[in-house]
Design a protein around this ligand. Structure first.
Ligand SMILES: C[S@@+](CC[C@H](N)C(=O)[O-])C[C@H]1O[C@@H](n2cnc3c(N)ncnc32)[C@H](O)[C@@H]1O
Length: 209
């Protein structure tokens, strides 16, 4: 009988995947769009927090290259090591965003590109509320996820058994609003990774009033 492999959490998952993530998933068009949009909105030398910064490429790399002061957070020590090597101009902190805190009103923008997929919905709501406090008034949240009505859905991700949690698009917008942010725009597209299954990518841009 085939033995079931244990489901892994985000730290173990991304420690195992490492730079393989960038090879398989690292360049979805929606990420380039989100970064371009932010750079057009932000002041020079903006302070940007990147939650779930992964390998540092392309997000921290592009933002730091444009003069932003970037801090990336990631729960995977392997991802943090890769990011520090690839983007020496940014700072990277090895931490779970749920356990991390920032002084209020000190980031011009917060990026969160796909870190919420392995988090219970209540944790995502708590992080969004923190983000609303951490942003300066007028600061931007740029969030990308795979919208769906799923809680602890078992899936295979790059050969690893994981459980995915997310929200349908409108519910996520409601959660962003409930956190105290104003949704400025939304954008969605279908992404087909090389050799993988097509998935929807949703970009929500929101602003602290
Ligand atoms: C799918 S990858 C995306 C990486 C990068 N944002 C990008 O778009 O290229 C998600 C990243 O979020 C990190 N992550 C997941 N849960 C996290 C948490 N609770 N705290 C900090 N980082 C987390 C993972 O380790 C992983 O590097």
């Amino acid at each position: 009988m085939e033995q079931q492999r244990p489901v892994v959490g985000p730290a173990e998952l991304f420690d195992a995947i490492g730079s393989g993530y960038e090879d398989a998933f690292g360049r979805p068009p929606v990420v380039a769009r989100a970064v371009g949009e932010l750079l057009a909105l932000l002041p020079p030398s903006a302070r940007v927090l990147d939650i779930g910064s992964g390998t540092g490429r392309p997000v921290a790399h592009a933002l730091a290259g444009a003069g932003c002061r970037v801090t990336g957070l990631d729960v995977s020590g392997v991802m943090i090591s890769i990011a520090r090597e690839q983007v020496p101009d940014a700072e990277f902190v090895h931490t779970d965003v749920r356990a991390w805190t920032s002084p209020p009103a000190c980031w011009d923008a917060v990026c969160a590109y796909f870190p919420f997929l392995q988090m219970p919905r209540a944790d995502t709501e708590a992080v969004l509320a923190n983000v609303a406090r951490w942003l300066v008034p007028g600061g931007y949240l740029s969030l990308i996820t795979v919208p769906m009505d799923a809680e602890e859905l078992p899936v295979d991700f790059l050969g690893h058994p994981v459980r995915i949690t997310s929200f349908p698009a409108l519910e996520l917008e409601e959660r962003v609003t409930a956190a105290g942010l104003r949704v400025v725009s939304t954008y969605s597209e279908i992404f087909e990774p090389d050799g993988g299954q097509a998935e929807e990518h949703l970009l929500i841009t929101a602003r602290r009033p």
